[in-house]
Design a protein around this ligand. Structure first.
Ligand SMILES: *Cc1c(COP(=O)(O)O)cnc(C)c1O
Length: 435
């Protein structure tokens, strides 16, 4: 891994930061800034860590789903398909993007705690394989629509297993008081299960849980598996229904800064599998097909954002600001969650980074901070290139046009070359919807 947060980052002889082995200064000159880079080789490698571990440890029918909310655009659905991943989609917009990329919608799982009637109809029109159902009202709406169409819609019920993964509150979702899913502890999980088994328009394929994001804690998935399998055993005994699938959600963490931990995902999945095998044997139930839905750990370290520095403001005795030509419009994560990032002056990698500063964006908002309290070289100035690492997850997918700033393009790096997967938004795009 060297000195960098991910092994696809390096420095060349000219002191330029390289990503996926390519000089960021050359890429910035070719495509302009701000610029999202995606290292396709790393992306595919990350997918294969999961698919290899799944092949080794889980029964046929088990599948990795890419949680596409982490970064959704057509090319990523094509890559997921080539790598044999299913996808998790959360809106008609993601369904449409996947479908229009030629994705096999039978492998799509439709999440969200509030699917509208229009979402439900559109997803069924597109042949979405599974709905992951959050609550009773939605379950009844799906049953009604499926019955009208004369189909039985496959679904998973989203349950909250009551596990706190000790990560940031806004991304914790597995506790009883979560807005997502039906809690096992309160009896609501059993009530919705019993209801699903009586409805003619639905086929209850199994159960889902998702405990949180940026999970490093050793045994979160093990604990969730045991709770869910015990629930599945109860349902089998009391209702005579054998769950065919158990979806353990996403959430493995990735390092953003040097002090973050790392997760050996392949090894971790082996440990989860061992607990699942043992628990199913203890409970005397057939092992369901296992699903996981990684988002961040597939895409985060495959991404980097490049910016051009516009100003360096020094306030003697107070602080320093380095402003770039993007900001919370392309990366709102510090503003939303206080997320940490590793940042560089990409063409001054051989100079010591001794200027303490905040890296800020161009939006009219004091909270438009990409990362506070970082270090840049003393000579950093207008026209320099700045790089923010590990931006492949929840950057493009959370980007906005705040201040009518066009969104950057996504340029993919593959086999030493590059291509545009999403073009840069134009000023005309910004007014395309206006009357
Ligand atoms: C966000 C989410 C994921 C992906 O989480 P990551 O932390 O990006 O791996 C998976 N499943 C569900 C239901 C989610 O809400």
């Amino acid at each position: 891994m060297g000195d960098f947060i991910c092994e696809n980052i390096s420095v060349n002889a000219e002191g330029h930061l390289c990503f996926g082995g390519q000089d960021t200064a050359v890429l910035a000159a070719q495509y302009g800034t701000p610029l999202y880079l995606m290292d396709e080789d790393r992306l595919r490698r990350n997918m294969r860590v999961y698919t290899d571990a799944f092949r080794r440890h889980f029964a046929p029918g088990s599948r990795v789903l890419f949680a596409s909310k982490a970064n959704a655009f057509r090319q990523i659905y094509r890559i997921a398909r080539e790598e044999g991943l299913g996808v998790d989609v959360v809106s008609a917009g993601e369904v449409h993007t996947a479908k229009s990329a030629g994705y096999d919608m039978a492998l799509a799982y439709f999440h969200s705690n509030n699917k509208t009637d229009a979402d439900i109809r559109y997803a069924m029109d597109c042949g979405v394989g599974y709905f992951v159902v959050d609550g009773e009202e939605e379950l009844r709406a799906i049953d009604a629509e499926a019955t009208k169409r004369g189909i039985r819609q496959k679904l998973l019920l989203r349950l909250t297993p009551g596990i706190d993964p000790h990560t940031y509150a806004a991304v914790d979702t597995g506790q009883v008081d979560s807005k997502f899913g039906s809690a096992i502890e309160t009896g609501q999980a059993e009530a919705i299960t019993a209801l699903a088994l009586t409805l003619p328009g639905v086929d209850l394929a199994g159960f889902h849980c998702h405990v949180g994001s940026q999970v490093f804690d050793e045994d979160v998935f093990e604990r969730a598996s045991v709770v869910m399998l015990e629930y599945i055993a109860m349902v089998a005994q009391k209702y005579g229904c054998a769950a065919r699938e158990l979806d353990l959600g996403g959430g493995y963490g990735v390092p953003y800064v040097a002090s973050d931990g790392t997760v050996d995902i392949g090894a971790r999945i082996g440990e989860v599998a061992a607990v699942i095998h043992k628990t199913c044997a203890r409970l005397g139930i057939a092992e369901p097909a296992i699903l996981m839905e990684p988002g961040r750990s597939i895409v985060a370290d495959a991404g980097m954002t490049l910016y051009t520095v516009g100003s360096v403001k020094r306030i003697p005795g107070y602080k320093n600001y380095v402003s770039v030509d993007g900001g919370m419009s392309d990366n709102p994560r510090f503003a939303l969650y206080g997320s940490k990032y590793t940042c560089y002056a990409a063409t001054r990698m051989h100079e010591p980074a001794t200027l303490r500063c905040d890296l800020v964006g161009r939006c009219c908002e004091s909270g438009d901070v990409i990362q506070p309290d970082i270090c840049m070289p003393e000579r950093v100035r207008r026209g320099d290139l700045a790089a923010v690492c590990t931006t492949g997850a929840y950057n493009y997918s959370m980007a906005s046009n705040y201040n009518r700033i066009p969104r950057p393009p996504i340029v993919m790096l593959r086999d030493g070359g590059s291509y545009v997967a999403v073009r840069r938004e134009t000023l005309e795009d910004l007014t395309a919807l206006d009357n």
